[in-house]
Structures are given as structure tokens and as C-alpha cells.
Design a binder for this molecule. Structure first.
Ligand code: ADP
Length: 595
């Protein structure tokens, strides 16, 4: 039944690498090319195995059985290889179920004829055995089906080879080695096949094709492990290039079109096949001035605008050079990104900003008018209630006097509120009034305002005589210090036995930092962040207020280009600080020159 046959040995050994490829491809099966490669490796392994078994068979019926099994892989391998090549080089859209079925039609009929050969003899006209070197080998004469089927398989292999060669020529340099290796398996396999068909084998009747597969394992192994076949796929590059929304065109040194992605062919209305190789000036006759402008520019970025109004389109143009290994210019890559929507959005934002500005100033004017108009009736309420108390007070019952006092207090509070809101609203107008400010005068004026309170509460107020000047607006900085000093006094603490407040100023690089420190109530850490927000108040029982003072401080300092902050510890006191751009320092006095 079986015989020893040394030729089976290389086939069995060859199975090991081929099956290892199958394993590598299985691990990467998420990738379509890897799946086709897996099929290819399995079909090749089946071919080698069945042929090895045929060689080990000593009788014709057993031989025929293996041979018929062998034909399943013999006929499917070229089709699978073609599918692999198509997928590997990024022509996946070509691979459809219908096309695979069509491609497989001839091999399927051929296989049927092989399996039913004894009834018609179309594949082998005669079958028998022959003893060569004391081995029993299959002997045959071929029928028409074999020739037709083989020609078909050759055509399929030829198609795969042509695609590989074209991809090789188009591929960037670094992929070329990898692609060239994909040509070798086909070469080995088909030379084995041709030699066998022409009966040119060293051992007569020995089919060399499966040995071709064993040999093909060598370049495959190299491709897989050296180039990481599936990691660095030209297909991936092709897909990225094809799928890019930016228009990309590649030109050679003579400005002829070498490659254009679909976005570019669509944008420039190019016929992708006919345009290749033609000069760009010829392909884009409507834009001679653009072609001229960038004719010899190898590297640049530019904004391009076409059309007007709603049809206006804007592009971001990027040209970069292509150079060979010696650094010589071989061509240019041009990328055009459509930024029309961005430009439209920018214009819209600009328009919104203008509208917002307008509405803001309308709102400011409105607030200003209301606050201003409120002042007059309010002054009347205060004035008349004062007069009522002064001139008619003796006629009023104690109850009525209480009511009038309440009116007075509420009216005064409202007046303070209106005044502060007016200040707040007018902060928008302080730009353009920045000058060098003598901070000693400013602090003196601010502290004067609270002289009575300071004396009443026996607060020690330390103000150094040499506060550094800063850039700002004196009137507004007086408000800042007034707010900070008044708060320090207000929140100094009723049981404070040695209340003190210290004002300090020091230059820090391009800025001056001013501080108002007190040893008062301090502020809880969780409240410190909100201090500068409008209407934030924390020590409500301690002093009256509106919660606007610190937000005014923040607005003023921000407008003058500085920063504000506080360091505080509850029960120990607070240090409010702010910075302002420093005034330029006077030039040092010139040194006396000896005559
Ligand atoms: P107002 O003083 O009118 O309440 P501000 O905006 O000036 O409003 O201050 C907000 C809150 O910050 C105050 O209610 C107070 O709780 C706290 N605060 C401000 N300055 C000090 C300070 N020097 N010490 C302790 N708390 C302060």
C-alpha cells in the first residue's frame, strides 16, 4: 500500500513554516489581507501534504484518492493568491462575493472533471504508475480539461503578478523590498509547474509544483518576519491616501501629475486615469496665474480664495518637496485643505462679537441711565425725610420718628447701592486713561475717607512713605484702596485689642505688588474663592455692606492689567493684594565726565 519516498521528506518539512505562517496570519485575522493569507497558507499546506501522501502511496487507487484531494488546493491556491494581492494593495472594493464566485467557476468545473475523470478522461487521458528509481510514481497523459484549467490558473496568476508589479513601481522606496518578495513565491510555484507539465523534471513523473510551495516559504518567511507583512501594509497607506478629505496631488520635477487622491480629482475635476503623466498647466487651464505663482515654489503655505458671497471658497495650500536619496528634487506634494467652513465660522464669530459689543454698550448705557435717574428721587426722599426730622421732629410721635428713621436708613443704603452700581457700570470706560500714579497720594486720600472709623476703633494704620508708583488710573486706584482699607476696618473684629492695618508696596519684576494687611476676623478657606464675586458677603452680622466692593476691586485691577488675590487665616487676619504694571524706572543720573 505505502512505500518509502525521500521526496516526501522536504514536503513534510516545508509544512512547518507554511503552517507557522497560517498561525501568524490567524493572529491578525481582523485584517482582510491576513485572512486571505491564512487561506493561502492552509491551501498550500494541504497541497504539500496531499502530494506527500500521494508520493508515499504505492498503489494507483490510493494515489488517485490523494491526487483528487490534492486538486482542491491546486485549483484554489491561485485564486486565493489573487484575492490576497488585491486586498494587500488596497483594492478591497473590488473583492465582492459575486466576483469571488465568478473567479471560482472555472476551477470548480475543473475540479468536478478531475473527480469524475474515470468516466470521461478529460483531465487525464490515461492514468497508471511507473517505477522510477525503485519508487512507484503516478504516470499520466493529459486531457483537454487540464490544459484549459491550467491556462486559466496561469491567467489568474498573471493578473496577481501584474498588480504586484504595478504596486511595486508606484510604491514608496521603503515598501519595495517587501513587495518584490511577494513576486518570488509566484515565480517558484509557476516555474515548478511549467517544468512538470513539460516533463523537464530531474526525476521523471515527479510534480515540482508543491516543491515550489516549499521553496516559496523562504521569501514569505522573510516578508512576514522582517517586514512585518501585515503591519506595514501599502494598502493601509493607499487607503489613507484615498480616504483623505484633503486634496493631495503628487507632481514630478517637470510638474507632471504622478498621483491624485479622489478628493483632488473631484476638486480639480480631473479624470484620474487620463490625467496621470500630463503637465499640471494643461490639466488646470482655468488657473494659469496660480500655476505661475507656485511654479518653482518647493515649500510653502498659503491661503487661497475663490469666488464671492455664498460661493466663496477658501483653501489652505501646502506645498512640500520630494527628494531622492541624494537630496535632489524629484517632485512636489501639494495638499489643499478646504477651509471655507472655518472661514465662514470665523466671519460669523466676528459679526457676533461686534453685535455683542454693541448690545453690551447699550446695556451699560441703559443701566447707567436707570441708576442715574434713580438718584434724583432718592435724594428727594433722603432730603425730605431729613427735613421732616429736623423741622417737624418735635411734633412726631416716637412711633412716627421710628418710621422716618427707617425711611432714612433704607434710602441711604439704596443711595450707596446706586452709587456703587454706577461705579461698576462705568468701569468699562476706563481704558486709555492709564498714567503713572503716585500711590502715596492715592493711599493717603483713600485712608482719609475712613479717618473717623479708624480713630473710633483705635486702629493702628501703617502706611510707608515710599510706596512705589505704578501704571494705572489714580481715581480708580483710590477706589481700590478705599474698598480694601474700609473692609480691613469693618472686619477687624469687635474684640480685637490691638487692631492694626498695614499697607505695603514692592516692585516685583515688571509689576508692583500692593498689600493691605489686617489682623482681623480672617476668611474661611472655602469662602475665599467667592470673595470677588458680586454680592458675595460672609460676615453679615459684623458690618453693613452690599457685597460689591471686592468685585469692583477685581474689575478695576483686571482692567489695568493686574491680578488680585487674598491670603487669609480665620481668626488671624487677611492680606488682600493686587498687582499693577510697574512705572518705568527713571534713567540713572549720568556720571560726571572728567574734562
Ligand atoms: P461688603 O464689604 O460690602 O460686604 P465686599 O465685596 O467688600 O463687600 O466684601 C465681601 C465679603 O468679603 C465681606 O462681606 C466679608 O465677609 C469679606 N471680607 C472682605 N474683606 C475682608 C477682610 N479684610 N477681612 C475679613 N473678611 C473680609
Amino acid at each position: 500500500m505505502f512505500q518509502a519516498n525521500p521526496y516526501a521528506i522536504p514536503l513534510f518539512i516545508g509544512l512547518i513554516p507554511v503552517l507557522s505562517f497560517a498561525l501568524v496570519a490567524w493572529r491578525q485575522r481582523a485584517n482582510q489581507s491576513a485572512r486571505f493569507f491564512l487561506l493561502y497558507a492552509l491551501a498550500s499546506a494541504a497541497f504539500m501534504f496531499t502530494y506527500a501522501m500521494e508520493l508515499l502511496s504505492a498503489r494507483l487507487p490510493l494515489m488517485m484518492l490523494w491526487l483528487k484531494l490534492e486538486y482542491v488546493s491546486v485549483l484554489s491556491v491561485p485564486v486565493i493568491w489573487l484575492l490576497f494581492i488585491l486586498s494587500y494593495f488596497g483594492y478591497d472594493d473590488w473583492i465582492t462575493r459575486r466576483r469571488i464566485l465568478l473567479l471560482s467557476l472555472v476551477p470548480a468545473v475543473h475540479l468536478l472533471l478531475v473527480w469524475t475523470n474515470e468516466y470521461h478522461g478529460l483531465n487525464w487521458r490515461t492514468t497508471g504508475t511507473q517505477v522510477v528509481n525503485s519508487m512507484v510514481l503516478f504516470d499520466r497523459t493529459y486531457g483537454a480539461a487540464l490544459y484549459i484549467g491550467t491556462v486559466y490558473l496561469y491567467l489568474i496568476a498573471l493578473a496577481a503578478t501584474i498588480i504586484t508589479v504595478i504596486s511595486f513601481m508606484r510604491a514608496p522606496e521603503r515598501y519595495r523590498g517587501q513587495i518584490a518578495l511577494l513576486l518570488l513565491p509566484v515565480g517558484f510555484i509557476w516555474s515548478g509547474n511549467v517544468l512538470t507539465l513539460l516533463d523537464l523534471t530531474l526525476v521523471p513523473k515527479l510534480d515540482l509544483t508543491p516543491f515550489g510551495y516549499a521553496l516559496a516559504a523562504i521569501p514569505m518567511a522573510w516578508s512576514l518576519f522582517h517586514y512585518h507583512l501585515f503591519d506595514l501594509m501599502p494598502a493601509a497607506h493607499r487607503q489613507v491616501f484615498k480616504g483623505m478629505s484633503d486634496a493631495v496631488i503628487v507632481m514630478d520635477a517637470q510638474d507632471r501629475l504622478i498621483e491624485a487622491n479622489p478628493a483632488a480629482t473631484q476638486l480639480l475635476r480631473l479624470n484620474s486615469t487620463k490625467a496621470i503623466g500630463r503637465p499640471l498647466a494643461e490639466l488646470l487651464p482655468d488657473t494659469p496665474e496660480l500655476i505661475e505663482r507656485f511654479r518653482s515654489v518647493t515649500e510653502t503655505r498659503a491661503d487661497l480664495h475663490f469666488g464671492e458671497g455664498d460661493n466663496a471658497r477658501a483653501f489652505d495650500l501646502n506645498i512640500s518637496p520630494l527628494r531622492d536619496k541624494q537630496g535632489l528634487l524629484t517632485g512636489r506634494v501639494v495638499v489643499l485643505r478646504d477651509v471655507s467652513h472655518l472661514k465662514r465660522a470665523e466671519a460669523l464669530i466676528r459679526q457676533y462679537a461686534v453685535e455683542l459689543e454693541e448690545r453690551n454698550s447699550q446695556l451699560d448705557a441703559f443701566g447707567h441711565t436707570i441708576a442715574h435717574d434713580l438718584k434724583a428721587p432718592l435724594s428727594a426722599v433722603i432730603g425730605y425725610s431729613d427735613m421732616l426730622m429736623m423741622f417737624e421732629g418735635e411734633w412726631l410721635s416716637p412711633q412716627a420718628k421710628d418710621y422716618v428713621r427707617n425711611i432714612q436708613q433704607s434710602a441711604q443704603k439704596m443711595e450707596r447701592m446706586v452709587t456703587e452700581l454706577l461705579q461698576f457700570a462705568s468701569l468699562h470706560d476706563i481704558g486709555g486713561v492709564v498714567t503713572q500714579v503716585d500711590m502715596n497720594q492715592v493711599v493717603k486720600a483713600a485712608s482719609e475717607r475712613f479717618k473717623i472709623d479708624i480713630e473710633r476703633r483705635c486702629v493702628r494704620l501703617d502706611i510707608p512713605p515710599d510706596l512705589p508708583p505704578a501704571l494705572g488710573h489714580a481715581q480708580w486706584l483710590e477706589e481700590v484702596f478705599a474698598n480694601l482699607i474700609s473692609n480691613a476696618v469693618k472686619y477687624i473684629g469687635k474684640d480685637n485689642h490691638s487692631p492694626c492695618i498695614a499697607v505695603r508696596g514692592s516692585r516685583q519684576g515688571a509689576f508692583v505688588r500692593y498689600e493691605v494687611q489686617d489682623n482681623g476676623l480672617g476668611i474661611e478657606p472655602e469662602n475665599q474663592k467667592q470673595l470677588f464675586e458680586m454680592f458675595a458677603r460672609f460676615h453679615k452680622g459684623e458690618a453693613s455692606g452690599l457685597g460689591l466692593g471686592l468685585s469692583i476691586v477685581l474689575q478695576i485691577v483686571k482692567r489695568l492689567g493686574g491680578r488680585v488675590g487674598v491670603d487669609s487665616e480665620p481668626g488671624k487676619g487677611s492680606t488682600f493684594w493686587f498687582t499693577l504694571p510697574a512705572a518705568p524706572q527713571p534713567d540713572p543720573a549720568p556720571l560726571p565726565v572728567a574734562v
